[in-house]
Design a protein around this ligand. Structure first.
Ligand code: NDP
Length: 243
């Protein structure tokens, strides 16, 4: 990936930070977005720079269309081009659907669906032929094992179908669109301990959470040259949750 540029939304912590580090380790220059965690974003940037790579952090809430579009523009102006977009920023409302407020429902749709649309559209205007659009969906976008995530699951199902439709539109430019579907991965959003974790562990075949690197290594493969014939795919990394 030397000479390539990747934009990772929500790249300051968790899965997105793992993806940013993995793509940088493969030679790509990285732009990552965040909302409030400037220190966390700066620490990912300095880790990448210490390892000899190039990275910038951009504050851009995925729910704010203008900020997302500006983040794409800044990536291209500061790093010179755009080859890889990773739509990683996402949020969940872990509670019974009936208790979710309208504001919570609007926010999960704005970040998990609308934010993906906006970032992808803005990125495609600059993306090199042969580029990569990789979205982080979820295994719950395909199969639901627990209560409390109905709206979130709906947004991730939307990411899956968006990916399939998009693959049909960008294939003539050699651009691939794929959806990576994590199962339970130990992050701030989904910590591997506590009452919320127990049923998720029970639902895996491997009886454990995964690590951010389990997702990042697949994203690095899909972003790379050996994955040029994979498109429109939903690739599940869930410890066997959906088996
Ligand atoms: P975390 O909450 O641990 O990290 C989220 C990252 O995204 C942080 O860098 C955060 O930075 C940033 N972020 C949050 N909201 C926004 C926003 N509105 N705009 C831009 N950046 C934002 O999440 P995970 O790493 O666990 O999840 C990453 C993705 O993986 C999500 O799409 C999630 O749905 C998906 N996923 C996660 C699973 C899991 O088990 N962890 C399972 C299946 C899917 P800041 O704090 O500065 O906002």
């Amino acid at each position: 990936m030397t000479g390539k540029v990747a934009l990772v939304t929500g790249g300051s912590r968790g899965i997105g930070a793992g993806i940013a580090r993995a793509l940088a380790a493969n030679g790509a220059s990285i732009a990552l977005t965040y909302t409030s965690g400037a220190a966390a974003a700066a620490s990912v940037v300095s880790d990448i720079e210490r390892a000899g790579g190039m990275a910038i952090a951009i504050q851009a809430d995925a729910a704010d269309a203008k900020a997302v579009q500006a983040a794409v523009e800044k990536t291209v102006s500061d790093l010179g081009r755009l080859d890889i977009l990773v739509n990683n920023a996402g949020t969940a409302i872990p509670k019974p659907f009936i208790e979710a407020t309208l504001e919570e429902l609007d926010r999960v749709v704005a970040i998990n669906i609308r934010g993906v649309f906006i970032a992808t559209q803005a990125a495609l205007r600059h993306m090199q032929d042969g580029g990569r659009i990789i979205s982080i969906g979820s295994c719950v976008g395909e199969r639901m094992m627990t209560p409390g995530l109905a709206a979130y699951a709906a947004t991730k199902g939307a990411v899956k179908m968006f990916t399939q439709g998009l693959a049909r539109e960008v294939g003539s430019r050699g651009i691939t669109a794929n959806n990576i579907q994590p199962g339970p991965i130990d992050t701030d959003l989904n910590p591997a301990v506590g009452d919320w974790a127990a049923p998720q562990i029970a639902n895996t075949a491997l009886k454990r959470y995964g690590h951010v690197d389990d997702i990042a290594s697949l994203v690095a493969f899909v972003a790379g040259p050996h994955a040029s014939y994979i498109t429109g795919a939903s690739l599940t990394v869930d410890g066997g949750t959906n088996a």
